[in-house]
Write a protein that binds this ligand. Sequence first.
Ligand SMILES: [Fe+2]
Length: 184
Amino acid sequence: MVATTKQNDTKSSVYSTRIDIPGEIRSQVNTLLNQSLATAIDLKTQIKYAHWNVKGKDFYQLHLLFDEIASEVEEFIDLIAERIATLGGKALGTARIAAKESELPEFPFDAVDGMDHVIALSDRLAIYAKSLRKNIDKTNDLGDMDTNDLFIEISRAIDKRLWFLEAHLQSSFQNKDHSNKSEE
Ligand SMILES: [Fe+2]
């Protein structure tokens, strides 16, 4: 049985469940999770784009690194979607919904060299990291510590992958010009 049946509430409706979290809270948590799902799916496709299209002297190691990160994000996509279903919701994870709901800008298609791709992906991982930290706070406020723990797990991994990318930009002769603009 679905808790809310109105047509335009379909996205936030939740099935009844024996889980002892009120439907209203589960619905609010699922809204956060579905936004994060859309962003993660978009992020994964953009990382694969970089994996396929990167050129230059660092091609092979970046080609492999990007694929490693994409695989990790793929695992998080599944964890997020299954948490939504666990909470009685609908995992809104089609490509169309992801493109519409993602928090990321489109990948810059004029990127060619390795560092162009590293900068573009660093910018996008930083946006997702910031969004995850907001969701950590919001799920803490809502009292769903299991989803809070999931966001923390993903956040820590995205931060680490951002380090892997930014380490390419932090050598003594490739300095501040490459830092992203999202520090304010
Ligand atoms: Fe591949």
